[in-house]
Design a protein around this ligand. Structure first.
Ligand SMILES: Cc1ncc(COP(=O)(O)O)c(C=O)c1O
Length: 434
């Protein structure tokens, strides 16, 4: 019998290259097309329900069809969709971010996390007069061609571990662009320190996701982040924390949890309440590159949909619902999931570990340490990648939508939803090893 999803996919193949328009959302042999969502559940066109542990790549922290957010978007759409006049919503959302996120004294909005990263680089370059930018080998920061380089380089290209070689993520990236990128070996304090000191005269910024590189895997240690903070401050390099993903771990963001304050922060995902958004925030001094008093601003930024009232209104409403108590509840449910998955691994004698923080949990089917991108890539290339992919597929068949062993929580998830997920993990692991 042909499913409706199969039928839609055959049409999609005539209009999209290979039938898809988001590479990270590829599901073989074809995707299941969604039709509706409610709380932490999603229903596809064939009527199958799944618990959504991906939440649109961690952006909808209140799950699907949250009544307050849905009502607000509907009312706002009826009142005013978008206009070049600013609305009060942008001010309210900016006030909230300034209030909560330690590094943020001033903000600018844009439409995606990718744009936030692009703007943060421009701010750092304009403020320092330097052109180069440093990132961690294996770090993910969206689709800006300079910063997407070396997200997943293959071993044949990655070069000296102490001075990794920048590798283009997409064919056609100009070498002249890659020449502006410095790659740092995450968690290698001495080599990173030496590289920063050597490159400082030309180095505008260091960008890092302070929670995890590689979409949820490979954690920078606190010592490593503290060293980055100390060295960049000393050398006049702008430290950018990319919190597009990890702002969801705590009321004051990951930086609040770590007690380390960067110069600039890039944000996105949850701050839009489910609508597209991006933001850059930082010290008043750095953000003064946008100021218009005294002539042309050093950095010019506009954008057709920038700070549109739907994104800023939904974002403000969604963020307001995230009180410290709600963050505690999210963390408790995350811990319930991690404890449950740890129990399942032990019961089934499967090698692996469940880890994470707050509403993010990861299940990795290995006991190898993964201190940097190269260790991860080696273990993944040695069979773990195929095993994790097979596990993801089995979990989907058991009714749980995930990506690469990552489970992303949302506020409407109940203990029953978590227990459903734990039992689905058990059944998927039994099948995986059969
Ligand atoms: C850490 C990080 N930075 C930037 C981005 C890019 O955000 P967007 O997909 O909104 O462009 C992402 C997206 O997953 C991300 O996880």
């Amino acid at each position: 019998m042909t499913s409706q999803s199969q039928a839609i996919f055959s049409r999609a193949q005539s209009v999209f290259p290979s039938g898809y328009t988001r590479h990270l959302a590829v599901t073989k042999p074809h995707p299941q097309y969604a039709v509706s969502g409610e709380r932490s559940w999603i229903t596809d066109v064939d009527g199958t329900r799944k618990t959504d542990s991906l939440n649109n790549f961690a952006s909808i922290i209140h799950g699907h069809a949250h009544p307050a957010i849905t009502r607000l978007i509907t009312e706002q759409a009826a009142r005013l969709l978008c206009t070049v006049l600013p609305t009060e919503w942008e001010v309210k959302l900016a006030e909230l971010l300034v209030d909560r996120i330690p590094s943020v004294e001033k903000v600018r909005f844009m439409n995606t996390g990718t744009e936030a990263v692009m703007l943060a680089v421009k701010v750092a370059r304009a403020a320092t007069g330097r052109s180069k930018v440093a990132k961690m080998e294996g770090g993910y920061h969206g689709q800006y061609d300079l910063i997407e380089a070396s997200f997943q380089p293959s071993p044949s290209h990655w070069g000296d571990p102490a001075r990794p070689t920048p590798v283009a993520h997409s064919v056609g990236t100009p070498q002249s662009l890659l020449d502006e990128l410095i790659l740092l070996p995450v968690n290698d304090i001495e080599n990173t320190r030496a590289r920063l000191r050597a490159e400082a005269p030309n180095l505008a910024a260091v960008i890092i996701d302070p929670y995890r590189l590689q979409l949820g895997i490979v954690e920078p240690t606190h010592d490593y982040l503290a060293m980055l903070r100390e060295e960049t401050a000393r050398l006049g390099i702008v430290l950018i924390f990319d919190e597009v993903f990890c702002l969801r771990v705590d009321y004051h963001g990951m930086q609040g949890r770590l007690g380390i304050t960067p110069d600039l922060t890039t944000m996105g995902k949850i701050i839009g309440g489910g609508m597209p958004i991006g933001a850059v925030g930082g010290t008043s001094e750095l953000m003064s590159v946008f100021e218009i008093e005294g002539g042309e601003p050093k950095v010019k930024q506009s954008g057709t949909f920038t700070a549109n009232p739907l994104s800023t209104a939904a974002g403000f409403t969604g963020m307001t619902l995230l009180t410290p108590t709600v963050f505690d509840q999210l963390a408790a449910r995350g811990q319930r999931l991690r404890d449950g998955m740890t129990r399942v691994l032990r019961d089934l004698h499967v090698t692996g570990r469940a880890e994470g923080v707050g509403s993010f949990s990861g299940l990795l089917l290995t006991d190898q340490p993964l201190r940097n991108y190269r260790e991860l890539a080696t273990v993944m290339g040695g069979g773990l990648g195929d095993r994790m992919q097979a596990f993801q597929k089995l979990l989907l068949a058991e009714g749980v939508l995930t990506l690469r062993g990552g489970f992303i929580g949302s506020t409407p998830m109940t203990d029953d939803d978590i227990d459903f997920t734990i039992e689905a993990v058990r059944r998927a692991l039994v099948k995986l090893d059969a």
